[in-house]
Design a protein around this ligand. Sequence first.
Ligand SMILES: [Zn+2]
Length: 328
Amino acid sequence: MNELSRRGLLGAAAATALAPLTASWPAQAAAPLAGKQASGFYRYKVGSFEVTAVFDGLRTIPLPDNHVRGISKQEVSDALGAVYFDKDNASTPITPAVVNTGSKLVVIDTGIGPAMLATTKGAFGNHQSNLEAAGIDRNNVDVVIISHFHGDHINGLLTADGKLSYPNAEIMVPAAEWKFWTDESNSTRSPEGQRPNFANIKRVFTALGNKVTQYEAGKEIIPGFTAMATYGHTPGHTSTLVSSGSATLLIQADVTAGTALLFVRNPGWHGPDFDGPMAEATRRKLYDQVVADKLLVQGYHFPFPAVGNIDKDGGGYRFVPAMWSPSI
Ligand SMILES: [Zn+2]
């Protein structure tokens, strides 16, 4: 055993490094604690496009008994520990993306909405204030692309007082998603936990009126943005491939959702998905392709800034976060 490990890392640090330094520090008054987080946005380039990942928030709740269908709470808790998450809680981060193509300003999904700021005591609902901190004016947004109709993706279409968050934007929604959720007779065919979505979807899209247009998966919906059917998380869940020059980014939305890294590691586990087996088949097929192509991925529920690569890891995958860069 070498000298360092025998004395212990902390003891060694104190003995060799800290002691001489602290001895020379002048006495100072205690600095006040900041008590407030920095604004959450992060920029990077995809070809000539500028992408800004804009944080909405992170909410932590006690780990529910049925967090993963058919898997015991203990096994889920152990798996959270294996990815260095809190074993007793389920943490869900939210990070929508904004793409400036140079000619169009495009928002992809809108967060859970500023109305949630108060009810979650600031945990969720920070997207619009972080847009402002990033210097992005909601009035200048040309297009909003929606991936699917869960509240954490569409509620930010409205401000806290029910006005349009993006008054000058075309709101583009997946045609398959629109078809399913606007037919209320589908409610009885939906898992019970998904049924409250029907009323929420009606509330949000009624307020938007004629701003909404539908797009088809498998097509370039605006120059550089191709919609990709990734059904399962919801019946019409759609991801977006953003391409500029030779660079491509996959904005995956909820191919893995909620405590997303748990499902990256365990792709066969069925979490907050409408159709578990279909969502599993989608993520395995997509992630195998992402690994093969070494594609950069922006994940809506990945840890902020939620961009990086996916690698194969045993029977599952692992997320490799991109390194924070001081230049864009
Ligand atoms: Zn989501």
